[in-house]
Design a protein around this ligand. Structure first.
Ligand SMILES: NC(=O)c1ccc[n+]([C@@H]2O[C@H](COP(=O)([O-])OP(=O)(O)OC[C@H]3O[C@@H](n4cnc5c(N)ncnc54)[C@H](O)[C@@H]3O)[C@@H](O)[C@H]2O)c1
Length: 436
């Protein structure tokens, strides 16, 4: 069995791996950066509603994300941001002022600011009905059926049939609410609402090339090995360091690599997830350059410095992920290795300078491919707009690579890792207490 090529296996052997390869993919050569493309055709207004006036929507020094910038390039003069919803009215007004002072003024000169979606709906003129709602509010206000945290259900109620984009992670509420998230996923699916979730690393050219190699060679993934080391010195948001606010670094940040692992490995058998952590109060967990005052965070809510997990995929393949809060400076160090019979595909530095190392049968040397100027944030927005516009000449071209349901499953995996590490920690404490 071990020596059989993928093509010689019985169909049932390939069940689960088939599942993973059925995840949507895009020809990597179709992913073009903003400056190599022209904005979408047509002349009618394309109304967009933004929820959240923060970093993901309008950019910051933290990273290359900035959805408004990508919408401006994709839609050109057609973009009309009908409203910006944010309880922090001053912040929202300030970002709009900056836009109105720039050459993209036509998209923002009539944008209205509201504290809630309901306020907007009450005051909306029919001509301001959005064609897409972009949600970049914090995850503690989303992914739930509880009032005030149910923005997806509100959008579906007020704007049936209108496309949505939701940032990752889909929620950071209590684990018991994962079922709510599956209900939201089903409502989205049953209503055939176009919905994309912000796992933009799926849109990397390098990621799609990995997918292409796997599909082209009919490979079955044997293992995924992911490592995510963040530059903690540059993380200055107190909520990020507080598990009660952002659910911890696996759920909030490591989620990108848990998602990529699933993109290649397929569904995870949640009952197999094992994990260990290095905690803030252990000797090796001391950090010297934290930008926040951790003494203000309750001890039980402080985050682990290292979390390391392994699991089995339904296919039998093995996944592993290590998240480390240890680097200083600003750049993260992140890698994902995917192994199949004869092949190693290693994605390095996906955030800054994506590089793919490929080892194939017949050659012990790795081939290195760089992807300069790749912009997965633009590809994510571009594909969503193409789907909404239903560009018919080439129905194969545009794909949403991260559906809401898929994103809920990633959320489920991250919670399983967090809980497994907490169980290990409790067991170690009990053992130490018994030995004392
Ligand atoms: N894909 C990526 O690489 C990436 C990068 C950055 C952020 N994100 C995600 O984007 C989301 C937002 O992050 P951010 O960095 O922009 O945060 P932020 O704190 O900079 O901004 C969030 C904004 O949302 C507003 N807000 C709070 N409650 C709201 C509500 N109920 N309705 C509407 N707005 C509300 C806040 O006032 C704030 O202006 C998070 O889920 C984060 O994980 C993703």
């Amino acid at each position: 069995m071990a020596n059989r090529r993928a093509s010689e296996r019985r169909p049932s052997d390939r069940r689960a791996s088939g599942l993973s390869s059925r995840r949507p993919s895009i020809d990597p050569w179709r992913l073009v950066p903003m400056d190599k493309t022209v904005h979408i055709g047509g002349s009618d207004d394309f109304n967009v509603l933004f929820i959240g006036a923060g970093n993901i929507m309008f950019g910051s020094d933290e990273g290359p994300w900035n959805h408004s910038f990508r919408f401006e390039h994709k839609l050109g003069r057609r973009l009309k941001v009908v409203a910006l919803i944010d309880p922090a009215i001053e912040r929202a007004t300030a970002v709009l002022q900056k836009k109105c002072d720039s050459f993209v003024v036509s998209a923002y000169q009539d944008t209205r600011v509201f504290k809630t979606l309901e306020d907007f709906v009450k005051n909306m003129a029919p001509k301001d009905r959005p064609r897409a709602v972009i949600v970049g509010s914090p995850p503690m206000f989303r992914g739930s059926l509880a009032p005030g945290r149910d923005i997806e259900m509100q959008i579906l109620k007020f704007f049936p049939g209108v496309a949505m984009f939701i940032e990752k992670p889909i929620a950071t509420g209590p684990k018991s609410e994962i079922q709510d998230a599956f209900t939201i996923a089903k409502t989205i699916q049953d209503s055939k609402t176009i919905c994309s979730v912000g796992y933009m690393l799926r849109y990397l050219k390098a990621t799609q090339m990995m997918k292409h190699i796997i599909d082209e060679n009919n490979l079955t993934v044997m293992a995924t090995i992911a490592r995510y080391a963040c530059a903690y010195e540059s993380i200055a948001k107190p909520d990020w360091w507080d598990k009660s606010k952002s659910a911890g670094p696996i759920v909030e940040q490591g989620t990108h690599f848990c998602d990529l692992s699933r993109y290649f490995g397929g569904e995870v058998d949640m009952s197999t997830v094992n994990a260990h952590s290095l905690e803030w109060d252990e000797n090796a967990g001391a950090l010297s350059k934290m930008a926040v005052d951790e003494s203000k965070i309750a001890p039980e809510n402080r985050i682990p410095r290292v979390t390391s997990a392994t699991w089995k995929y339904d296919s039998g393949a093995v996944g592993s992920f290590t998240h480390v809060v240890s680097l200083q400076g600003t750049n993260y160090s992140c890698e994902l290795e995917v192994y199949a019979d004869g092949y190693m595909l290693k994605l390095v530095d996906p955030y800054v300078q994506p590089t793919l190392y490929i080892r194939k049968p017949g050659d012990d040397n790795e081939q290195m491919v760089r992807f300069p100027d790749d912009d997965p944030f633009f590809s994510e927005v571009s594909n969503l707009i193409d789907i909404i516009e239903d560009i018919e000449e080439d129905p194969e071209a545009a794909q949403i690579l991260s559906s809401y349901e898929d994103a809920v499953r990633t959320y489920e995996l991250t919670w399983a890792i967090r809980e497994a590490s907490e169980r290990s920690r409790e067991a170690a404490k009990l053992k130490a207490a018994a030995a004392a």
